[in-house]
Design a protein. Structure first.
Lengths: 350, 690
């Protein structure tokens, strides 16, 4: 009689990596809906562009590396990267922005390092940073929320307008629909105080609510993922608490020159970063304590870059810088194992 | 009682209901029982029966070797039919030495009786437990007597009885508690008597309400001081270190054992076995085994004799034909898959899962680790499994060690939750064994160096001794010459052999006493082992000298009184048997040295045994040579001649078979005749000296 001989454990929970990724995709739906509702069809079109090009590049890379294409496409990791980049670039960005971005994200940030699980940097953020540095004009022309752009008041920009923006690059339409983002407005105040800007700027007065709504949608999705135990609370909470605290102190000291904590958390991509980007397990710190340190770093960097840096939002750079620091954080934040008085710290674990 | 918690843990489907519907059944006596000599941690037991021996139920059939080892007993009456290599329940799937007993169906007990343990001294009681072959029945099979004999430097504050049984499927302890709660309490009393703990706790998971009720009822009637603590169901709460943390909030320091912090954990099954052994005189020869899984028609629990092949159990629970896909010994989380159903039940076999393919399918192909950290959340030892995995995969063993790889208890919780289906535990086992092998290699190199140095010293010493002996022999010969002359002058020989005999006997007794003292000291790990050792060595030397003096006097006596050809008067030592004995002991010694956990005392014991045996062999050989010398034969030369003659015979035989030429064959045949007669002649000469 010959029986199958396998090592223990003999049972496993029926969860899979692709299942985890599918949950992430599910949790992104509210955010995508909110973006579409307030900024038009552009978001959905960008998703289509990034998704198609991303999967093509992934399949190509897998083929070149001699790996089973269907098995690795089925892990949904390229899909998640495509969606994260698509919601990060301006909804009206020309079609080649998404394609170049996915080329960089999949081939250079991911597959060159050995594919899923081996990338030291978040692929979507590598692509975003590269695009922002290389094509600042296209990457900073954000759509205005529909409440401001539609000449007939409360209406979503027409699909045809979005199509001509993305595929034809019509600058006339572009001007009608795009403008500075709230964070950008609050940074380049031309000598005015933040209070004066809040009173005078149309985008801030009427459009801030749209940004708040999108942030709320990302927040909801993130809470769902914590509830589903896809990731732990450590990274998002430490990012939000750090950014909130630091900006509260600054705002408390000088309300005329600093943005208040609530708008720090809700006007930009903070929520998206905290729940969907910084929580990418591959490129973040590995222990719970490490993730807290990782999140604190991101929160601090977001505040610093937004306040004194040259870019309107700071999420991509903050995440990438902390990705860089993650291995070192890991060395110094090992948990205290059972039966040990202190955790082992440092590169040698001493 | 406050219940603490431990980090991580998982909640796999329990699958316990299937096997608790019926009460525990007694399995019929199997025709053949296969009893592995290693069923416990430590060294394998040494068989004390031979093939063909009749044994009675409960008769000891193998004795412990070294400190950490356990005795074995015949589970039923019958005949020993073989002592041979057989498949055993071990992760390696390899075979090992087993004693095979053909049962006679009479199930006839050896004479046995209860002991009033309270009238016994501690050491005597511990020895009794050792004789009864009790080893931990929860999983690892650690010899119980060792755990209960801690010595004065360990003060036990807390005795924990492990009744958690956290692995899915297994219900053996559950059923034992339901049906024999009072016996368990009696067993606990024995442990309490030995350890004198300040308090005793039973830790049990809340998924066993019937067992809890049974224990509470038994507690109401029993005069015993203990607390029953119900802990929430979470795997692996039954892990020794986890249960300690749950019940006391204390962590056992890494690299230490619970006894170091005053805690001893015993399994409920072990407690019951202790009760049977001491209060009924029945050694550990049977246990409850849970037989479950979807491949059997009637899952349940069975009182099973140790040594019962799995096939007997499977047929008792009505195995569905063709349904068996995987046979797991133990639970699904930490159990070992058996390759064949010929493997026998041993003292640690608590469960047998006959799983179908749909129940325990082959694991899907592993996908890359995405460092999701779910393993980290599940790890009860609070390690970083994902990091350990990367280190094991990259063979960065140093880093793995620094990330506390050796605190991993291999519970499998990480692999259970891994979304990439990575067989994490296997990676850790691999890394651990690589590190252990490396360390062992290092230790072996050190040992070899020490051995080499010792050998050099010994050779020098021997050279000196040899020279002295030669001188002494020359003097002896001169003396003998003188004696013979005196005899010729009809003077009576002065015989001092009686005095020498007494001296030798006295020396032997002294040596034996010292050896017993040394063994005691070693067993208890007392100080002063070294001084005792030197005393023993000295006494050994003295005893040997006395013995030699005695022998010499008797040989000189015989050589003077017996004619040179009087071989018949000297007892013939069986040279072949001695040689065999030497080689057997040498193999055992090698095995012991190669064992993962080197038990130095056992190795020392084997070494002395080897020395004794090889000395007996050389002594016998030397005696023969001397005797031959008396007859004017150079035995060594004669042996060589015989061997050469034999070779010559075979050579010619081969030449004949190869040759086609008839005349050549004829000449060869005459050659063969003469060679044969030469060989026969030499052989007959050698015969009296074999």
């Amino acid at each position: 009689m010959s029986l199958i001989r396998m090592s223990s454990p003999h049972v496993t929970r029926s969860n899979t990596s692709s299942g985890v990724m599918q949950l992430v995709l599910l949790a992104m739906i509210p955010g995508i809906l909110a973006l579409t509702l307030f900024f038009g069809w552009g978001t959905l079109l960008q998703i289509a562009i990034c998704l198609i090009s991303g999967l093509v590049f992934e399949a190509l890379a897998l083929r070149l590396r001699g790996l089973p294409i269907s098995r690795f496409l089925g892990d949904y990791s390229a899909t998640v990267t495509a969606l994260l980049l698509a919601v990060s670039i301006p909804p009206s960005a020309p079609v080649w922005i998404g394609i170049v971005g996915m080329f960089v994200a999949i081939l250079f940030a991911k597959q060159v390092y050995g594919g899923i699980g081996n990338n030291p940097f978040n692929p979507a953020m590598v692509a975003y940073a590269l695009l922002l540095v290389s094509f600042p004009v296209q990457m900073t022309s954000w759509n205005l929320p529909y409440v401001l752009s539609g000449s007939e008041g409360w209406s979503i920009p027409a699909l045809s307008d979005s199509l001509s923006l993305i595929f034809a690059g019509s600058s006339q339409v572009m001007d009608a629909y795009t403008g500075a983002t709230p964070l950008d407005i609050l940074r380049n105040r031309d000598g005015f105080t933040t209070e004066e800007m809040w009173r005078s700027d149309q985008t801030l007065i009427e459009g801030a609510a749209a940004y708040h709504a999108v942030s709320a949608a990302w927040f909801m999705g993130g809470i769902y993922l914590i509830y589903k135990k896809v990731f732990t609370w450590h990274t998002p909470v430490s990012i939000l608490v750090t950014l909130g605290l630091v900006s509260a102190i600054a705002y408390g000291v000088d309300p005329s020159n600093f943005v208040d904590p609530f708008n720090h958390l809700t006007l930009g991509a903070t929520m998206l970063a905290a729940f969907f980007i910084a929580t990418d397990p591959v490129s973040s710190a590995t222990s719970n304590r490490g993730r807290i340190v990782f999140g604190i770093g991101i929160g601090l960097l977001i505040f610093i870059i937004r306040t004194w840096g040259n870019y309107p939002d700071a999420v991509a750079f903050s995440v990438l810088l902390m990705n860089l620091a993650a291995p070192m954080i890991d060395h110094y934040t090992q948990p205290r194992s059972y039966g040990h008085k202190r955790p082992r710290l440092g590169p040698k674990g001493e | 009682m406050k219940v603490f918690s431990f980090h991580g843990g998982i909640h796999p489907p329990e699958n316990k209901k299937q096997s608790t519907r019926a009460s525990v059944r007694q399995l019929p006596i199997p025709k053949t029982l296969v009893i592995p000599t290693q069923q416990h941690l430590g060294l394998a037991a040494d068989p004390v029966v031979s093939v063909g021996d009749k044994v009675l139920k409960g008769q000891i059939i193998a004795e412990p070797v070294g400190r950490i080892s356990a005795s074995l007993h015949a589970p039923t009456s019958g005949t020993v039919t073989a002592i041979e290599e057989q498949p055993v329940p071990h992760a390696s799937g390899l075979t090992a030495e087993c004693i095979v007993i053909e049962s006679d169906g009479l199930d006839q007990w050896i004479e046995h009786q209860a002991i009033d343990y309270k009238a016994l001294e501690r050491t005597a009681l511990v020895n009794k437990i050792r004789q009864m072959g009790i080893a931990g029945m929860g999983g690892a099979g650690f010899p119980t007597d060792v755990k209960l004999n801690l010595g004065s430097d360990h003060i036990v504050t807390t005795l924990i009885i492990n009744a958690a049984e956290c692995e899915p499927y297994i219900t053996a302890d559950d059923m034992l508690m339901r049906e024999h709660a009072s016996e368990i309490l009696e067993g606990i009393k024995i442990i309490q008597y030995l350890l004198e703990p300040t308090h005793t706790l039973i830790g049990i998971e809340d998924n066993k309400p019937n067992a809890i009720r049974a224990l509470n009822e038994a507690l109401a009637d029993a005069d015993i001081d203990l607390d029953l603590v119900v802990v929430p169901t979470k795997y692996p709460s039954g892990g020794e270190r986890q249960l300690i943390q749950l019940l006391t909030g204390v962590e056992v320091p890494s690299g230490k054992i619970p006894a170091d912090i005053g805690i001893v954990v015993q399994n409920v099954g072990t407690a019951q076995a202790l009760h049977r052994a001491i209060n009924h005189g029945e050694p550990l020869i049977q246990r409850i085994v849970t037989l479950t899984g979807e491949a059997v028609e009637h899952p349940g629990n069975f009182w099973t004799l140790i040594g019962t092949p799995f096939s007997d159990l499977l047929s008792a629970a009505d195995l569905k034909p063709g349904a068996l896909y995987r046979l797991v010994m133990g639970g699904p989380m930490m159990g070992v898959a058996a390759e064949t159903d010929a493997v026998p039940v041993i003292k640690t076999t608590n469960c047998l899962i006959a799983a179908t393919e749909s129940e325990m399918p082959e694991a899907p192909a592993a996908q890359p680790c995405i460092r999701c950290g779910m393993c980290e959340q599940a790890c009860p030892a609070q390690l970083l499994p994902q990091q350990l995995y990367w280190f094991a995969k990259g063979k960065e063993f140093e880093k793995a060690k620094n990330h506390n790889l050796f605190d991993c208890i291999e519970c499998g919780a990480c692999a259970y939750v891994c979304p990439s289906s990575i067989p994490l535990v296997q990676f850790y086992r691999f890394a651990k064994s690589e590190i252990r092998a490396e360390e062992l290699e290092q230790r072996k190199a050190d040992h070899a160096r020490e051995r080499f140095e010792a050998r050099q010293a010994r050779l020098e010493r021997e050279a000196i001794e040899k020279a002295e002996r030669r001188k002494a022999r020359a003097a002896e010969a001169a003396k003998a010459q003188a004696e013979r002359k005196k005899q010729a002058a009809n003077e009576p020989i002065k015989d001092d052999s009686a005095a020498l005999k007494t001296a030798a006997a006295v020396a032997r007794t002294k040596l034996k006493k010292a050896e017993v003292a040394l063994k005691n000291a070693q067993d208890k790990g007392l100080d002063g082992v070294d001084t005792l050792q030197t005393t023993v060595d000295k006494l050994k030397l003295a005893a040997n000298e006395a013995e030699q003096a005695l022998q010499k006097s008797s040989t000189t006596a015989s050589s003077t009184s017996i004619t040179p050809k009087g071989e018949a008067t000297v007892a013939k030592p069986d040279l072949k048997a001695l040689k065999q004995q030497v080689s057997i002991i040498r193999t055992k010694l090698k095995k012991a040295e190669a064992a993962e956990e080197i038990d130095d005392s056992a190795i020392e014991a084997l070494k002395t045994r080897l020395e004794e045996a090889s000395k007996a062999h050389t002594d016998a050989d030397n005696a023969l040579i001397e005797k031959a010398q008396g007859a004017g034969i150079d035995l060594k030369q004669l042996r060589i001649d015989v061997a050469m003659a034999k070779v010559a015979v075979t050579k010619i035989e081969r030449a004949i078979s190869k040759s086609d030429d008839e005349t050549e064959q004829e000449t060869l045949k005459t050659d063969l005749e003469s060679a044969k007669s030469h060989y026969d002649q030499l052989e007959s000469q050698l015969k009296p000296y074999e």
